[in-house]
Write a protein that binds this ligand. Structure first.
Ligand code: DQA
Length: 146
């Protein structure tokens, strides 16, 4: 199946960005690990990062035409602000798992609300880069269901 990983704003800085909160793994390390895991089980994984809300929205809209079966999404700061990106996910109706590196519930109160969690199949937060791997395992399990 085809799986899309979408990373929101500032996640291009992973590795150097507040490493005490987000860890020292870079975005390209995360993406190559996920690509490898997907390939081993016969799936195809595509990854995209953008700092621009409209690019993420357009990527989600394209995903439907491309036949993407599952999305792993870290909306980053757009988690707490973007009705527009939420609406895009609702519109394409592609199942998705919301991932956050940090435990957003243990941080500032403005990070406690997500515009995505009620639409998501599930939410993983606080487990660092490993969270993407757990999300991918869950997605592949669901996609491999007969
Ligand atoms: C984040 C948490 C968000 O609150 C923050 O704005 C981010 C990253 C995370 O992965 O922990 O940019 O989504």
């Amino acid at each position: 199946a085809s799986i899309l990983v979408l990373h929101g704003p500032n996640l291009n800085l992973l590795g150097t960005r507040e490493p005490e909160i987000y860890g020292s793994t870079t975005l390209s390390d995360i993406n190559s690990q996920l690509e490898e895991m997907a390939r081993e089980r016969g799936h195809h994984l595509l990854a995209m990062q953008s700092n621009a809300e409209y690019e993420l929205i357009e990527r989600v809209q394209e995903a439907r035409h491309e036949g993407v079966n599952f999305i792993l999404l870290n909306p980053a700061a757009f988690t707490h602000t973007s009705v527009a990106l939420r609406d895009a996910l609702a519109a394409v109706a592609i199942p998705f798992i919301e991932v956050h590196l940090s435990n957003v519930h243990a941080r500032e109160s403005f990070r406690h609300h997500s515009y995505f969690s009620d639409l998501a199949r599930g939410v993983i937060c606080g487990l660092g880069a490993g969270g993407y791997e757990y999300a991918l395992l869950a997605a592949m399990r669901e996609l491999e269901q007969p």
